[in-house]
Design a protein around this ligand. Structure first.
Ligand code: 2NL
Length: 366
């Protein structure tokens, strides 16, 4: 009997004094665990006479219930205290100002692509894209580029392992294969046959084996293409004059069209914009110098035919320019390679707000 009351007061005392949940669990194990004091009493029951066993067993069971109730009560009390302490210590003042979040910026190349979309979109052009990995036919053959053309040489073009059927594969050296794929599209051909006109710009990544201060192995190009039955060189001139004046935001920007040569256009013209140099700094606008910024021409009849259209019926113009280069000129960036360094300080300085979408009416540049 004495044994029972000692065990009772020890067990209940340990429960009452448990200062945290770990101590409470230790008290539980000491009384009710496998080797606990109450469990020990249970084990003695078997040796007692039936009469005694019933009487003593009832008292042990009652003690067990009493300890369990004490454990529960103490657990609730400890949890309530812990919660109260948490509420005091982890109080949040919702009236405090928020911490400033770092704002990302748009890369100047993405910004210039958005500006191109705004300007050419206004002129009725759609945006077209295609694969960076091309087959040799779409990248070269369709575009009337002869087998001995320097662009085809191993030192200029990234050649990839051929397809299973032997098709030679390349990283596209220009975005023109996308125009070829668009002209070959059956839906586009139907639209043209129905008297419509095709007007697309194709911005994207292009690749050439070249790496120095003014060339990177990956660079960005935008090409444009217009195809219908009547578009002529005058439209080419008007389109490019309007584009250059809008892009560089100089209303009277002079343009100079110089005869040139590209395998995919005939006739071909390179386009210069007026500029001047003062104290080593470039100013775009009427001046005493010229700056070459794009290539253009009337689409070669061979290209029209290669792309599944009748050159006796369809004609049009095309142009191409380097996005990195026009971005450098417009935003005063002097090192091409800085575009691809992923230097956060550079991006913070030269980047653009994602919330200021360029438009002809709302403003194009900074
Ligand atoms: C340049 C010159 C040019 C084209 C690209 C083109 C595409 C097709 C048909 C005909 Cl599908 N032409 N593209 C035409 C003239 C010039 O790019 O200096 N680019 C950086």
């Amino acid at each position: 009997m004495d044994d029972l009351s000692t065990i009772r007061s020890e067990a209940l005392g340990a429960v009452e004094q448990a200062a945290d949940l770990a101590a409470l669990d230790a008290a539980r194990v000491a009384a009710l665990g496998k080797k606990g004091s109450v469990t020990g009493l249970m084990k003695t029951l078997g040796a007692l006479a039936p009469e005694q066993r019933r009487e003593f067993g009832a008292r042990v069971n009652q003690l067990k219930s009493e300890i369990e109730a004490a454990l529960d009560a103490r657990k609730s009390a400890l949890s309530a205290t812990a919660l109260a302490a948490k509420l005091v210590n982890e109080k949040v003042d919702v009236s405090l100002p928020t911490r400033p979040e770092g704002q990302g910026t748009l890369h100047p190349i993405g910004q210039v692509m958005d500006e191109l979309a705004a300007i050419f979109g206004e002129m009725g052009f759609s945006w077209a894209e295609g694969p960076d990995i091309e087959d040799d036919w779409h990248n070269f053959t369709a575009l009337n580029i002869p087998p001995d053309h320097p662009a085809r040489q191993m030192q200029d073009t990234f050649y990839l392992p051929p397809r299973a059927d032997g098709t030679p594969m390349v990283l596209r050296t220009h975005t023109s294969p996308v125009q070829a794929r668009t002209m070959l599209d059956k839906g586009v051909q139907k639209m043209l046959a129905d008297g419509g006109s095709l007007r697309i710009i194709v911005p994207g990544r292009t690749y050439r084996i070249d790496n120095d201060a003014t060339h990177t192995p990956m660079f960005h190009q935008v090409e444009g293409l217009v195809i219908d039955r009547t578009t002529h060189m005058g439209h080419l001139k008007g389109c490019l004059v309007d584009f250059c004046r809008a892009f560089f935001e100089v209303d009277d920007l002079p343009l100079r069209f110089r005869p040139s040569y590209f395998p995919f256009t005939e006739p071909s013209a390179e386009v210069d914009i007026g500029c001047s140099w003062k104290d080593g700094e470039l100013r775009i606008g009427a001046g005493d110098s010229w700056l070459e910024i794009l290539g253009s021409g009337m689409v070669h009849p061979n290209v029209i035919a290669n792309c599944g259209l009748d050159p006796a019926v369809y004609q049009g113009f095309a142009f191409g320019m380097g996005i990195d280069r026009i971005a450098m000129l417009k935003y005063g960036i002097n090192d091409l390679r800085s575009f691809f360094d992923s230097d956060l300080r550079w991006l913070r300085h030269y980047g653009f707000s994602a919330l200021e979408w360029p438009s002809l009416t709302g403003g194009l540049g900074r």
